[in-house]
Design a binder for this molecule. Structure first.
Ligand code: H2U
Ligand code: ZN
Length: 348
């Protein structure tokens, strides 16, 4: 009889409407492919060559202040610029283009070059969350901005340019692809059911307890049923809000707490500073009401088997649709079983 633990199947991504192929029987495949080198994870607390450390000079010649908590500035090599002229190209409906304008910001999470999110205190992570909220609200004052993406690339294999703990914000006058898909799915669900899609989803997950990794009073961290990356997770607020700045102080502390514990588990998985791309998804701004939107954060980590073996998105994934071998349930069980005290903090 068909069962999700043994047999190949497709799974539906509720948030995007995409499908993924799961091949659980394939995990026994031998591996003789590429091995990544593990980057040296021991850094000084200050690096004179780092463009994010306090007091240092950046590429554009400006000097960082000597800051105590977090520090934010406009990206010196921004992909989106505020003064791009408006314009549309449409040649016979065959060649189409739209001008995009926006703003890119860089946020240092700490003055300490040697730290990462899981090594920051819950209070320090809460300050990063407060800064994310302040930046979001400030950028949204520009009524031409429709979407604000807050994210972090962590680790060399994710293309991160600098190990100093930091993230980015890209805001633009249009709604990007993934957010557009999630908007359609969440709005449709809300119209049909009068409840947010993610409220119903996390309620079911909390009943089943198969894919839950962590939970506190205000947040849940889980491996989504439709996860693509081996240890992909999602943090979802229990309260249905569209934006992070709607969270109370107590909820923000709970958010910081679950982020610290989840990223500590990640590092403990292979005893390495775990690379990922992560980002907060919130409703569009200055574009009407999106009552179905429900605040959440995605973590997309590439590692599969060890600190050096990552998942490749190639072949079938590029040409057909994403595929995974280990199931979401297996990954969640593995993450649940790990200590939430970081290996570097446990030996202090
Ligand atoms: P990563 O998150 O991928 O490491 O990118 C960091 C950003 O920092 C990157 O977009 C910017 C780069 O343009 N940057 C500056 O704004 N100033 C600098 O002096 C160096 C890097
Ligand atoms: Zn630094």
């Amino acid at each position: 009889m068909f069962n999700l633990k043994e047999h190949s199947h497709t799974r539906y991504n509720l948030l995007t409407g995409d499908w993924i192929l799961v091949s659980p029987h394939r995990t026994k495949r031998p591996w003789q492919g590429k091995v990544e080198t593990v980057p040296d994870d021991n850094r000084p607390s200050y690096d004179p060559a780092c463009y994010l450390c306090p007091g240092n000079t950046r590429a554009d010649g400006s000097i960082n202040p000597v800051y105590n908590d977090s520090f934010v500035f406009t990206n010196d090599f921004a992909s989106l610029l505020p003064d791009t002229p408006a314009g549309v190209v449409d040649i016979n409906g065959l060649l189409k283009a739209n001008s995009v304008k926006g703003i890119c910001r860089v946020i240092s999470f700490s003055p300490n070059h040697s730290l990462t999110l899981p090594l920051l205190s819950v209070e320090a992570i809460k300050k990063v969350i407060d800064l994310w909220c302040a930046e979001f609200e400030n950028i949204a004052l520009d009524k031409t901005i429709k979407h604000i993406q807050i994210f972090e690339n962590k680790g060399e294999i994710m293309g991160c340019s600098n190990p100093h703990p930091h993230g980015q914000i890209w805001a633009q006058n249009s709604i990007p692809l993934e957010v557009a898909k999630e908007t359609t799915q969440q709005q449709n669900y809300f119209q049909q059911h009068g409840r947010s899609l993610l409220s119903d989803y996390i309620q079911l997950e909390l009943e089943q307890q198969e894919r839950i990794v962590l939970e506190n009073k205000h947040f849940v961290a889980l491996v989504p049923f439709w996860a693509v990356w081996p240890y992909e997770t999602m943090i979802v607020s229990k309260r249905h809000v569209q934006y992070m700045h709607q969270l109370t102080d107590e909820e923000r502390m709970a958010y910081a707490d679950i982020m610290k514990r989840l990223t500590a588990k990640y590092d403990n998985l292979f005893n390495v500073s775990f690379p990922y791309s992560a980002g907060v998804h919130q409703a569009p701004v200055n574009d009407g009401n999106y009552p179905g939107w429900h605040l959440h954060m995605h973590f997309y980590p590439p590692l599969l088997r060890s600190a050096t073996v990552k998942k490749f998105m190639v072949g079938y994934e590029m040409l057909a649709n994403p595929q995974r071998d280990i199931t979401a349930e297996w990954a969640a069980e593995k993450l649940r079983g790990l200590s939430e005290v970081h290996y570097k903090e446990s030996i202090k």
